[in-house]
Design a protein around this ligand. Structure first.
Ligand code: ATR
Length: 275
């Protein structure tokens, strides 16, 4: 019998996950289908009950439901619980278990250009949900030095306080981060600033950028944000959000099927969808 997978979000029309996962199901000859489900917040509980009742194999969860889904699941793994957000649910013999593969997806993508984060001085820009997933995952991985800069600096301080893993970290204003930018080996941009259609916006000045540093932006539309273009022009190594997106999907696929999928093929598929 065909197994059902999917993604719950609102809006969901532009999700690239269905094409990415359906291609993998066909590549590995798995009798399954992955569908997008547009679910309103007030219907989220019913949607989960329905997916459980029909024996869905698992599903992804995206904006705005990543936190709100938690009370409707049977179990949430430790990292996802500390982040307070779930993006992947696995149905294990009728039990719905929540995971967060966003942070680990980011780390796996990062490892393609920075094989080891140990000893690196890291700056995270932003203190929202995406920053939290990345910060907690990196902190869990290794005891690094990692500061956070945010428009609302109190939110950055709170994120650091709530991190359950041991870490040396300071909360900074955007201005402080900008003037101290030369200090960092790795800068991770996690806000939506620079995303289409507002492609000329930039979260901070790169005047003091260390040209030997690496800059990652989790945005993939456009593929090169204004921040990444300037960083590249200043000599830094850059990475866009495609790697994080593909790896978070690959980690979900692995949890559902036990297969570690072809990353290169997934990247080409996603780039093809972006046109
Ligand atoms: P996500 O879950 O995608 O990370 P979020 O939780 O809404 O989204 O977080 C958005 C992040 O982008 C926050 O760090 C936010 O800064 P504040 O905490 O000060 O709100 C940041 N952000 C969004 N729009 C911004 C803007 N115009 N200028 C500066 N920071 C902005």
């Amino acid at each position: 019998m065909k197994k059902l997978f999917g993604v719950l979000g609102n809006p969901i029309g532009h999700s690239m996950s269905p094409v990415m996962h359906n291609d993998l199901f066909s590549l590995y000859d798995i009798n399954a289908i992955y569908l997008p489900f547009q679910v309103k917040e007030e219907d989220l509980s019913d949607a989960v009950i329905g997916l459980r009742a029909i024996g869905a194999g698992g599903f992804n969860v995206t904006v705005p439901h990543k936190s709100k889904i938690i009370p409707f699941l049977d179990e949430v793994d430790e990292l996802a619980a500390s982040i307070g957000a779930v993006n992947t649910v696995v149905n294990r013999d009728g039990k719905l278990i929540g995971f967060n593969t966003d942070g680990l997806g980011f780390l796996k993508g990062l490892n393609e250009i920075v094989p080891k984060i140990e000893g690196k001085r890291i700056l995270v820009i932003g203190a929202g949900g995406a920053a939290r997933a990345i910060f907690f995952t990196l902190a869990k991985e290794s005891p690094i030095q990692m500061d956070i800069a945010n428009r609302t600096v109190e939110k950055a301080a709170r994120l650091i306080e709530e991190c359950p893993y041991s870490i040396s970290s300071k909360a900074l204003t955007i201005e402080e981060a900008g003037s101290n930018l030369g200090h960092y080996d790795l800068v991770i941009q996690t806000t939506m600033i620079g995303m289409a259609p507002k492609i000329t916006e930039q979260p901070l000045s790169l005047k003091n950028l260390n040209p030997h540093s690496v800059i990652c932006d989790i945005i993939y539309n456009p593929l090169e944000t204004s921040l990444l273009r300037e960083a590249r022009e200043r000599g830094a190594k850059v990475q866009n959000g495609i790697d994080m997106f593909v790896y978070q999907g690959a980690l979900a696929f692995e949890k559902w099927t036990g297969i570690s999928p072809d990353i290169q093929r997934m990247k080409e598929n996603v780039l093809g969808q972006l046109g």
